[in-house]
Design a protein around this ligand. Structure first.
Ligand SMILES: O=C(O)C(=O)C[C@]1(C(=O)O)C=C[C@@H](O)C=C1
Length: 287
């Protein structure tokens, strides 16, 4: 089985894949859209991409690609703890406070704002395609006096020193990753026990109808369907046009969820099921 992940080696997505698919052949791709193309085009069987971080919110590029560019079913979700460290080339370990630039993934930079503001105030931060891409850049460019925000595995993989550990601003820093596949309907054998099941739907409201969102929510509420997430994203058709992504804490059944969907359609909403899948938690991701 081939699994695409946001690379290079030692990103947080790589760590999630190692936990979830320990015996798969994992293949790094440079960007999230590249990971999604790889599974669409059949280069890989499965793709794992980040969807949401507890401190920074949704990874919009993942959501937008799933909605606007390609229709790929979600077959699973994995939540992993995220520990960010400040890495430097070993030659700068004792002088890390003099770095001139900090590289990382934009989400990782955002997760460490308080640290950066208090300890490295005024030092520019530059966004890279992933945390591990930033770490790799450092070892390949020892002449640049730079730091990377990345994980412990990236420090080991690229031979960097950890100048400051655990620099994320809040202890509870977790990211949810989704598993996408055209060929598997369920997650192929893996060692983790699932925590629960959920169904994700995308709902577009009829335009200009008062109380539409209230009616959508009541279709779930009176059926006692628990919603664990509701988020709006622009439809990209005009200012003020949004759709909603809703997570229902239940596997797709034959009665309740189809009943709610039929009710929404009767209200003039359009509804697409993005997936009904198990979710998993990993407690520890760094060796
Ligand atoms: O850059 C990485 O290491 C990733 O796996 C991406 C990513 C993200 O997109 O949110 C994943 C987890 C962390 O929240 C930071 C970055």
């Amino acid at each position: 089985m081939k699994v695409a992940f946001l690379g290079p080696k030692a990103t947080f997505t790589d760590l999630a894949v190692r936990e979830m698919f320990p015996s798969a052949q994992s293949i790094p791709y440079m960007t999230i859209p590249d990971c999604l193309d790889a599974v669409m085009e059949g280069e890989v069987d499965i793709s794992v991409v980040p969807l949401e971080n507890a401190l920074e919110g949704s990874v919009n590029i993942t959501l937008d690609y799933l909605i606007h560019e390609m229709k790929l079913p979600i077959i699973g979700e994995i939540t992993a703890p995220i520990k960010q460290h400040l890495l430097v080339h070993p030659q700068y370990k004792d002088s890390w406070e003099q770095v001139e630039v900090i590289f990382s993934h934009s989400h990782a930079i955002a997760q460490c704002h308080k640290f950066l503001h208090s300890q490295l105030k005024g030092i520019p931060c530059e966004s890279m395609t992933s945390t591990a891409a930033a770490a790799k850049y450092l070892i390949e460019h020892p002449e640049v006096r730079a730091a990377a925000i990345a994980n412990e595995l990236a420090a080991k993989e690229y031979g960097l020193a950890i100048a400051k550990g655990n620099i994320h601003d809040f202890d509870f820093n977790h990211t949810r990753f989704i598993v996408l596949s055209k060929i598997y309907k369920e997650i192929p054998a893996q060692s983790l026990g699932s925590v629960g099941e959920k169904t994700t739907v995308m709902v577009t409201l009829p335009s200009d109808r008062s109380g539409a969102l209230h009616q959508v929510l009541s279709a779930f509420a009176w059926r006692n369907l628990n919603l664990s997430k509701i988020e709006s994203r622009p439809m990209k058709t005009g200012l003020g046009n949004y759709f909603f992504i809703i997570d229902v804490e239940m596997k797709l059944d034959e009665v309740l969820i189809p009943g709610a969907i039929a009710e929404l359609e009767a209200l003039g909403c359009s509804v697409v099921i993005l997936g009904s899948y198990p979710y998993f938690n990993i407690e520890k991701t760094c060796p």
